[in-house]
Design a protein around this ligand. Structure first.
Ligand code: NAP
Length: 248
């Protein structure tokens, strides 16, 4: 028996990186997968084909996570196409790293909209079908930087810390409806977002990571699978750190 058989999962920002790994992991475990992207049309098409080849229903939607109207439209379209939404992974995100003295208002706003407002936008929509089902799992991608902070990443860290506060509050608000809401706080995961970290030599980072390596998107996807599945039915309002022990 697969862990997500017959569940409908919506994953934002799945054309690349962690989101893509989550979409594939969920499909391998039997979930029908709706996913979004912003501009990577070709990659989204390839992913859709890959998911369908795994024997599930899958569809990519071009939808800006930072836009409330787009989130409303997305939730309606997915509910119409897939029948319901059982699992929502708010994964879409960006980074605009800069020291505060150089950080512009535009950069701050861009990060807040794509990373934090996006979580508000879609969570507000998906709790409707979940309340109807009296079941659901919402998983928000925070970051270890949202827990610890990091010089040069004040906007990104603030958006990711905001996600933790939001996650814990929503867990309290909708727990009585059997809807769970948890966050994942990854450390350094090898994707396009962290590509630049390797430029200065990966080894200096490895000293700070007890497991001695960067994480892989699949490491995060495994944690998402746990939180999405009935294996975590009594887990809500938590922040699962997937960071190779970096925060300890
Ligand atoms: P990534 O490789 O840069 O991929 C980002 C994904 O998000 C892409 O699919 C992109 O779509 C999509 N996206 C960006 N802005 C969007 C928007 N406004 N609307 C819809 N989709 C949007 O990033 P990643 O490393 O996989 O990160 C995924 C999540 O994990 C992010 O929330 C990130 O903050 C978090 N995280 C990552 C790390 C890490 O080390 N990588 C660590 C901690 C937390 P397009 O391809 O169309 O642009």
């Amino acid at each position: 028996m697969k862990l997500l058989e017959n569940k409908v999962a919506l994953v934002t920002g799945a054309s690349r990186g962690i989101g893509e790994a989550i979409a594939i992991k969920f499909a391998e475990q039997g979930a029908n997968v709706a996913f979004t992207y912003l501009s990577s049309d070709e990659k989204a098409k390839v992913l859709e084909e890959k998911l369908v080849a795994l024997g599930v229903k899958a569809k990519g939607y071009k939808s800006d996570a930072g836009n409330l109207k787009a989130a409303e439209q997305l939730a309606n379209d997915v509910t119409k196409d897939f029948g319901t939404i059982d699992i929502c992974v708010n994964n879409a995100g960006i980074s605009r790293d800069n020291l505060l003295l150089r950080l512009t208002e535009e950069q701050w706003d861009e990060v807040m909209q794509a990373n934090l407002k996006s979580v508000f936008n879609l969570t507000k929509q998906v709790i409707r079908p979940m309340m109807k089902n009296r079941a659901g799992s919402i998983i928000n991608l925070s970051s270890i930087v949202g827990v610890k902070g990091n010089g040069g990443q004040s906007a990104y860290a603030a958006s990711k810390a905001g996600i933790i506060g939001f996650t814990k509050s929503i867990a309290q608000e909708i727990g009585s409806r059997n809807i769970r809401c948890n966050a994942i706080a990854p450390g350094f995961i090898e994707t396009d977002m962290t590509h630049y970290l390797k430029d200065g030599g990966a080894e200096k980072w490895f000293e700070k990571i007890p497991l001695g390596r960067f994480g892989k998107p699949e490491d995060v996807a495994n944690a998402a699978l746990f939180l999405a599945s009935d294996m975590s039915l009594y887990v809500t309002g938590q922040v699962l750190q997937v960071c190779g022990g970096m925060s300890t």
